[in-house]
Design a protein around this ligand. Sequence first.
Ligand code: SER
Length: 874
Amino acid sequence: MTSAEIRQQFLDFFASKKHQIVPSAPIVVKNDPTLLFTNAGMNQFKDYFLGNSVPASPRIADTQKCLRVSGKHNDLEEVGVDTYHHTMFEMLGNWSFGDYFKAEAIAWSWELLTEIYKLPKDRLYVSVFEGDPSEGIPASTLALQEWKKLVAEDHIIYGNKKDNFWEMGDTGPCGPCSEIHVDCRSDEERAKIPGSQLVNKDHPQVIEIWNNVFIQYNRLKDGSLVELPAKHVDTGMGFERLVRVIQGKQSNYDTDVFTGTFEAIEKLTGNKYDRSDSKEAIAFRVIADHIRAIGFTIADGQLPSNTGAGYVIRRILRRAVRYYYSYLNYKQPLLFQLMPVLAKQFETVFPELQQQLDFVNKVVKEEEDAFLKTLDKGLKRMDDMINNSTDIIDGKAAFELFDTFGFPIDLTRLIASENNRTIDEAGFESEMQQQKSRSRAAATLDTEDWVIVSEEKGEGFVGYNLLSTQSTITKYRKISAKGKTQFQLVFNTTPFYAESGGQVGDSGWLDFGSEKISVTDTKKENDLIVHFVNQLPTNTAKPFTAIVDAERRLFTCYNHTATHLLHAALRKVLGTHVAQKGSLVNEESLRFDFSHFARLTEEEITEVEHIVNEKIRQNIPVVITEMPKEEALKLGAMALFGEKYGNTVRVVVVDPNYSVELCGGTHVMHTGMIGLLKITAESAVAAGVRRIEALTGSNAFHFLNKQYTELKTVAGLLKTQDPIKAVEKLMLEKQETEKRLESLETKQLQSIRDILLQKTKPILIGGEEGQFIGEIVEVNSADQLKKLCFDLKIGLGNHYFVVLCANIAGKAAVCIMLSDSMVNEKGLEAPKLIKEYATPLIKGGGGGQKTLATAGGQDASNLSELILQISRLV
Ligand code: SER
């Protein structure tokens, strides 16, 4: 069976058990402060488990793109070194939300593995949770009883909390689990040691393939467990491992999931993959693994960057670069060349990569180029560090590698461990903290557990139609960040729009009658709408009127609808490769980031503005409807990559032939309300991503009017109707005047020089005659004074001492010039003379060469005294 067939059979099997098949959620998590990336199939269903929202179907199955490189589940160090861990992997899963439980889940997993996939039963082992008295969690007797119906007893293993109690993070839904392991060793080996003894022992051939979690609890922040109102099933099967087992391979990398990429690496680099534990073989596996994480994450909208999720991607990418650079001896960008193979392979499962291939490639290549530039120097520096240390690499040095050469700490750690060194982690951390506190105070958010006020069900979000409504608080919690305390409130019914799709969250008031509380912001957390307030109402159980700041919302609507008009116009003018990469819509302006490869020309910008304003003037009604996603896509609706959509989507249409977008935001009713759009800036944000900033309505008008008024003032000053012509003329005249001035000044300097040369006083040096000049002259700048000094040189002999001063608009300028003989034979130095004589008298300072130094100062009243003192010295 090919991997594609294996995946399909899984989905078909659970469809036959009445599961709804849903698409993978994006790999990058939004609206969840506890996760950066999807690390398990169940993440997108967290709210269903917690009872915050209700799924469309109580049974769901899918294949989910997951990434386990940060947080509680982090496999990065193993990846490539072994043959069965990955950064990005597919997790096949089936779920029950308060529907079937252990009996069905267990029976179906067995049926699929042994009857559909036909895995030999005697190679399968299952584990069951033995209970944990310290937490008061009982052993899973029900699971045990179900397994006993299917599996021989010596194939059942009892596991502790570490192996058989699954939690997605420090807090959240969790429960006991039952894992299925498979023993892929030869019959001979199996006869020697029974597989049951190797389960969960990191044996490369005895591996876990499926985890059936029975979600029953919620882990709170204080560490305690509370029972959930309903019991759920959450299963996850590692797709790449399953394929390996079914295809009878020793390594995940030998399956058709990876072989295409391996062939491409061999062809491009000229190396051969030999399946060993050599550095070259590890490099093959690392690269083939990492490009999946890199490609799919960028396709889901996360660009590499220096913080958060973006930095995780940058780290993975740099790790891959270092492997091909050092071990495949390939010194130019490689990853981007492999991306087409990957995109093609996943075209039907995760089409987002193929659809954005040009964009992803551009981003990846630029990242590779940038890192390759510093990698070589960094590796040499690393070599020095290794040679200069016996066991521990200094934290400061590791930080230098990070800061100057872009080496993520895990890369430095990896290279260090390859050379039997460790890193002074504490030292590194303290350097890192120092830099952080230098740049900004660390923003750690401390969140307390929710306090439940009422279970009252309301209507949820009603803000598309209403700007105020009666509400009650259902729960609240305290949060603190940067020493500031705030509260988050959740209502049964709310008119407040929560920040999403680039549109800012609403602000407004809660009117309790006697008391008014300001809402500063509204955000989404998973599917909860969370209102931010600075203080709690005196009585949290009292009903109130929730009122949205209507003016702010309206201005925001102008900008949101205008963003749709802009998006469509950009696609018309630049091409359909334009896809939204980010947007910010608030009451003041709009900002739109999109994929495009070149700076927009003035003509393109004008054309885009022209189209948008035409659409505004046509006063087109904005029609918003809900419909099945399939139908919307048939209408040509633009969906965003990396956004999670349900089966029913909200479609915003401004003329079906012009703009159709899936969007949850708020909009104007007719485009005419926007009034006007003016693009104010166009710039680059990242490789292949451009940014447009624009204003609408009265903001656009004020902007344009300000420019108009300024121009009128300029015209008034120039006394003309045509300021452009007048300025051009002025500039020309200025050029000519400057030229004339320059030639006059040259002449003036020449005549001063001639006079000075006539005024020289004789001095004796080593029996030879020399000349001294000490004068205050009239020049316009310090530069001229210096030039004058230089020019004097030609008229002087071998021995001279010149000191020139000038009063330039009340400030002192001094220049001292000495012949070589003055320096070599008399031991004089111009900068020292400046310091000794000029500095105290002119209230300033300067310096220069031994033979020529200059100074400037605030006080020009002592210049004669200065000349006098130097004359005495001479
Ligand atoms: N959530 C469990 C896991 O990730 C089962 O899906 O292993």
